[in-house]
Every structure is written in structure tokens, then in C-alpha cells.
Design a protein around this ligand. Structure first.
Ligand code: PRX
Length: 650
């Protein structure tokens, strides 16, 4: 291996590993050589009420149709809970660690079964039926997990909306999937601060009503006991409802291709898309990746720090781990509360063996000093995972050396909301690591790099990352808009899934993700369309025009840089800057808080009035010596003003 930062598989990682290098190579060859046979064998890792006879029926051409195990019948909640009861009834399924370090709970598989069944019966009692969309807007409490499994149990389709989103953002998602049921909490709690979830829900319901969507029922979990408004006949306390229903509920027999959930995610244009995932193939894929990528063994304590509002929370806090009968940890708090030792204290407290987090957290904790890590033991840790954005080699090495004391492999996992599960990642006992590379594809995955003209790049080189063939965990459609699905993922390169990411393949065949090639930015691991921030800005009456780009940020990965042209006669000043920042937070949520706002009398446009973002990106990066050709601009002089007033001078 040629590159620096190579970390060969250590003998200890190999010792009890589920997959060694030889097995990886053989299974990989089998999986791409005869996908039907391979996925037939591995489809049996979940239980089926009626076994499938067809394995794969997928085409990336034309209308794009993806079906796996299509004639099989199963249920996700049954697979994640019921089938474990006999052997693992008294085993802890979920460890819940509260925002306050003295607050924790454990739930056994038996208890999980009862909570989920009661919740499912509450939903049924209130009229939720198979196929209905249920919006879940919750903090990281156990009831969020119960709610998701309750939907899966009765065949309702959940749409979890991250608790940090604003009433407007929530309303947009309720309206798009025509959801008449919402599950929420009185308030959330993060770093000691209360988040007004019920209040936001009330506001969102009003906004949705204006768009013609009526929310009939709201089920509310009590978290803080804070004061909230109440609509009689519409709002119901979960604890009261759950006490009055049966503790058992038969799981619905779902077809493999019945929808399991919708999750909204940002693209380069327009509103967020409702990425749809289905039942059988998704569960096979997430459980299999969870087992092999994290080398999960019976009895391991596994902790993924994501929020259930994102795909990582769906696939790798709940569905994947619990399908494998794992013990999974759900954390309500944040990495630096009450101190920057919190993560490692939680690791010690619950003897966590496998820890999965995002580079932004690693960089932030690295920034505050090693002493916060070193005062904890971390002896239980065996595997360290990373997800959500490229991990820079410095952060990787710190994670490996300081957190893991060179004992634990760092598993960098590349995937997306749309892929459902992990696509490119090292298997701990099988694949030598390189700091900053997600390494090699999982079974069944054939990455391809394509250039701008659609030529496939063989061997070493860089290009746009695509997938040649279907895998069981992939998204099947965009809810309510199949055309947009085809357009977004399968039209850039005919017959291929296009990820939107750029990527380099090195001489050893390792993949290095270089970031998005479209107008999507990744801020602290949160995916955002620059178009969404722009439309929030132009919704303000003092703004005439806005253009938003990402720029490199030491902790967040990317920061949000906004160029704003003000309406006639409006004066630019710092108060207005603050007002606009508050406005964007209000429209979208805190995750979209602009880092820099530059007032710009004019934006660089071509003669056909297209904004040249390439130039804006360079100026935001403070790299304006390399602006390239500006002669095609309608008014090249705007560039001088933009440079002179740039907000990111080094
Ligand atoms: O750009 C890639 C980046 O995150 C995008 C997907 O975001 P989302 O759908 O929110 O899912 C995040 C969690 C799976 C990708 O297009 N990304 C994700 N993981 C990595 C990554 N970039 C580099 N390395 C990764 N490991």
C-alpha cells in the first residue's frame, strides 16, 4: 500500500471477526457474480410469514422499478422484537441515556414488545390504518422508538421529522405526505434547554391546514411536564391512551415492497424529497450491514450517537441493530454537556463496545483537548465508526490514537438517506484501513466513477460516484413523485444510480469521497440544499436576491455562506445581519443558521442571468486568486466588490 496513514488489520481485530479478508473477497465475488443466489441466501436472515420465491426484480432503465423479495410476507417490528422474545426476552434491547447524566433507563425485549404493542393499539384506536402516513416529531426518548415500531407493526408509514426543524419545515413535510396523524412530546430536552415540540406542532398544524391538510389526531408523550396548549378531541396523552388498550397486537403481514417509512432529505433543487423505503429488502440490508460492518457479536453494547430524525438513527440505532437482537443505546443529550467528557463517560457507564458517531463531533471534541478523553477509561471500546461527511485524516488519527488508543479500528462508512444502509466501509477483521478513506464496497455494491461526459473511469482516478446495480436497501421512489426520483438519481447517467458525490479511487482500489458535486452542502453532518436557505432568505421582505454556498469550516465540515442583495433603499448593517440569521433559523431550524452573510449589491451572473456559483464558492473560500474566467459575466465589475467585502478573510 502506497499511501501514508495506512493501518493494517491488527491480529486482535481478526481473531474473532465474523469476516476475514478471504471471506470478504469470496463473498464479494459471489455477491456481484450471482446477486440472485447471494441475496436469496442472505434474505433468510430475517423471518418471513410467507417465504419469497423471487429475489431480485430491478431495473435502473426507463421508469426505474426496484423490487426485492416481492412475493414474501414479513413484518419489521416482528423481526426486531417478537422473534427475539423466546431467547432474549430478558435481555436489554435499548439502553436510554438522558440529557442529564443521572437519568437513564433500560428496556428489555419483553418490555419493548409490550410498549410497542400498546402504542400500536393506541394508533389503531385512533383510526390509523395500514398505508396511512404518521408524522413523528420527537426528542430522543424511548417513545420515539416505540412510535416507529408501532407504525411498522400495523403497516402505517412513518415520517420522522428531526426535532430541530421549525414549524414551517414540519408543516411542509406533513403536507407533502398528506399525514393526518402526528406523534410528538410536550418538550424536548437538550443540554438542559427545553425545546417546544408541542408548541411547534400546534403551529405546524395551523400552517398545514392552510395548505388543505387537516391533522386529526396528535398523540403527545410527556417528557418535561412543561406547560402546553391542548386541543380537546385532537390531542391525546400517550400514557393515558396506552393504559387503556391491550398489551398485545398481532403484527400485520406486510408485502416485502410495502412502504416502511418516508424520510425527507435535501436535494440541489426545490423542496426536500420524501425518500421512500420499503420493508423486506431494507431490513435484510440494514441488519446485514450492521452485523458485518460493526462486527457485531451477541452481547456487544452498541451505541450510535445519531438522532432518530435522520436515516442513521432509523437504520443503525433501531432497525439494523434490533433485527440482530442487539443491545442498542439511545442518547438524548449532546457531546459537550455537561462537559466535553460526556461521550466517554457514557461509554464507561454502559460499557459500550461499538461506538458510531460523526466527524463533526470528533473534530469538536478534538478541539477542546485530549484531557477530556484521557480522564475516562474507554477500555470497553472495540470498534469506532464514523458517518455523515468526509473524515479528514487528522480527525481520523485523533479518533484512532486518542479515543481508541490504537486498539480499535476506525470504520468510516459512506452512505446516504437514499441508500438505506452502509455502502462503502471497511469490515474490521478483513480490510486494511487508510485514514480518510471509506475503503471498499459492501457485498453486492458495485461503485463506478464517471466523468462529465459519461465515460467510466477504470482503475485509479476521480469522478462522480454511481452504482451499477440495485441493492436491497435502496430507496424505491420519492413519495408522490416517481418522476422526480427517476430524474434525480437515474437521469444524469442512464442506467446508473448517481449519488451526487465526487470520489477518487486510488491505486489499491480504495474509495475516497470528496464531497457533493451538486448544490447540496453538509453542515455538521446535516445535509442541506443551498436552495432551501436561499428561499428562506428571499422570503424576508428586505431581501431582493440571495445565493448560498458552502465553505470549509474546521468543526462543521462546511459552513453556510450567504450572499444577500437587499431590496431598494434598505440599509446594510449588523442588526439586519442578525435579523436575517434569526429569520433563517425561524424558517428552517437551527441547523440552517448562516455562518456568514455578505451584503452584495450585485451577484455574478452570466448574460443569460444564471448565477455563477463557482465564483461565489471561491470567494467564500477566500481563494479568489483562482477565479477562472469571468469574462462571460454580464457585469464583471461585481466581482471586485464581492472580493473587497468578503466575510471570510484569512
Ligand atoms: O456527501 C455524502 C455525505 O453525506 C451525504 C448523505 O447525507 P444523508 O443522506 O444525510 O446521510 C447521512 C448519513 C448516511 C452523502 O451524499 N457522507 C455520508 N457519509 C460519508 C459522507 N461523505 C464522506 N464520507 C462518509 N463516510
Amino acid at each position: 500500500m502506497s499511501d501514508a496513514h495506512v493501518h493494517p488489520v491488527q491480529p486482535a481485530w481478526k481473531k474473532n471477526a465474523l469476516i476475514d479478508n478471504e471471506t470478504y473477497l469470496k463473498w464479494y465475488a459471489d455477491s456481484v457474480g450471482d446477486p440472485d443466489k447471494f441475496w436469496d441466501e442472505h434474505g433468510k436472515r430475517i423471518d418471513w410469514f410467507k417465504p419469497y420465491t423471487k429475489v431480485k426484480n430491478a431495473s435502473f432503465e426507463g421508469d426505474v422499478s426496484i423490487k426485492w423479495y416481492e412475493d414474501g410476507l414479513t413484518n419489521v417490528a416482528y423481526n426486531c422484537i417478537d422473534r427475539h422474545l423466546e431467547r432474549r426476552g430478558d435481555q436489554t434491547a435499548i439502553i436510554w441515556e438522558g440529557d442529564d447524566p443521572s437519568d437513564d433507563k433500560t428496556v428489555t425485549y419483553k418490555e419493548l414488545y409490550e410498549h410497542v404493542c400498546r402504542f400500536a393499539n393506541v394508533l389503531k384506536k385512533h383510526g390509523v390504518k395500514k398505508g396511512d402516513r404518521v408524522t413523528i416529531y420527537m426528542p430522543m426518548v424511548l417513545e420515539a422508538a416505540y412510535a416507529m415500531f408501532a407504525c411498522a407493526r400495523i403497516g402505517a408509514v412513518h415520517s420522522v421529522v428531526f426535532g430541530g426543524f421549525s414549524p414551517d419545515a414540519l408543516a411542509g413535510r406533513i403536507t407533502d405526505c398528506k399525514s393526518n396523524f402526528v406523534i410528538t412530546a410536550d418538550e424536548g430536552l437538550r443540554a438542559g434547554k427545553r425545546i417546544p415540540l408541542k408548541d411547534n406542532t400546534d403551529k405546524a398544524i395551523e400552517i398545514a391546514a392552510k395548505d388543505g391538510i387537516k391533522v386529526d389526531k396528535v398523540i403527545v408523550t410527556r417528557r418535561t411536564g412543561g406547560k402546553i396548549d391542548w386541543v380537546e378531541g385532537r390531542d391525546f396523552w400517550l400514557h393515558e391512551e396506552a393504559a387503556s388498550v391491550e398489551p398485545a397486537c398481532e403484527p400485520e403481514h406486510m408485502r416485502a415492497e410495502d412502504p416502511l417509512f418516508i424520510l425527507y432529505t435535501s436535494g440541489s433543487t426545490g423542496k426536500p424529497k420524501g425518500v421512500l423505503h420499503t420493508t423486506g429488502g431494507y431490513l435484510v440490508y440494514v441488519s446485514m450491514t450492521h452485523q458485518y460492518v460493526f462486527d457485531y457479536h451477541d452481547g456487544d453494547i452498541y451505541w450510535c450517537t445519531a438522532d432518530v430524525g435522520w436515516v442513521t438513527g432509523h437504520s443503525y440505532i433501531l432497525y439494523g441493530p434490533l433485527a440482530n437482537g442487539a443491545t442498542t443505546l439511545m442518547f438524548e443529550g449532546v457531546p459537550n454537556y455537561p462537559t466535553p467528557s460526556r461521550m466517554w463517560e457514557v461509554v464507561d457507564k454502559h460499557k459500550v463496545n461499538i461506538f458510531y458517531t460523526a466527524p463533526t463531533a470528533i473534530r469538536a471534541l478534538r478541539g477542546v483537548g485530549d484531557e477530556w478523553v484521557e480522564k475516562t477509561s474507554r477500555k470497553s471500546l472495540r470498534i469506532l465508526g464514523s458517518v455523515g461527511e468526509p473524515i479528514n485524516p487528522e480527525a481520523w488519527e485523533w479518533y484512532f490514537n486518542v479515543v481508541g488508543e490504537q486498539r480499535c479500528p476506525v470504520i468510516d462508512t459512506w452512505w446516504q438517506t437514499e441508500t438505506g444502509g452502509i455502502m462503502i466501509a471497511p469490515l474490521p477483521g478483513a480490510i486494511d484501513l487508510k485514514a480518510g478513506s471509506a475503503t471498499l464496497p459492501f457485498f453486492g455494491i458495485i461503485p463506478e466513477l464517471l466523468d462529465g461526459d459519461g465515460n467510466i473511469i477504470e482503475g485509479e482516478g476521480s469522478g462522480n460516484l454511481c452504482m451499477r446495480q440495485a441493492w436491497p436497501g435502496m430507496t424505491r421512489t420519492v413519495f408522490g413523485d416517481h418522476e422526480r426520483y427517476v430524474q434525480t438519481y437515474f437521469s444524469t447517467y442512464k442506467g446508473k444510480y448517481f449519488s451526487g458525490d465526487g470520489c477518487r479511487r486510488d491505486a489499491d482500489g480504495y474509495y475516497w469521497i470528496t464531497g457533493r458535486v451538486d448544490d447540496v452542502i453538509n453542515v455538521s453532518g446535516h445535509r442541506m440544499g443551498t436552495a432551501e436557505v436561499e428561499s428562506a432568505l428571499v422570503a424576508h421582505d428586505k431581501v431582493a436576491e440571495a445565493a448560498v454556498v458552502g465553505y470549509p469550516h474546521d468543526i462543521k465540515g462546511q459552513g453556510i455562506y450567504c450572499y444577500v442583495t437587499l431590496a431598494e433603499g434598505v440599509a446594510a448593517n449588523d442588526d439586519l445581519r442578525k435579523e436575517l440569521i434569526a429569520h433563517v433559523r425561524h424558517e428552517i431550524g437551527a441547523i440552517a443558521t448562516p455562518d456568514k452573510i455578505q451584503f452584495a449589491p450585485g451577484l455574478p451572473k452570466t448574460r443569460s442571468a444564471k448565477i455563477m456559483r463557482r465564483i461565489l464558492r471561491k470567494i467564500a473560500e477566500d481563494e479568489f486568486s483562482a477565479l477562472g474566467d469571468t469574462s462571460t459575466l454580464a457585469d464583471p465589475s461585481v466581482v471586485d466588490d464581492l472580493i473587497a467585502n468578503r466575510q471570510n478573510k484569512r
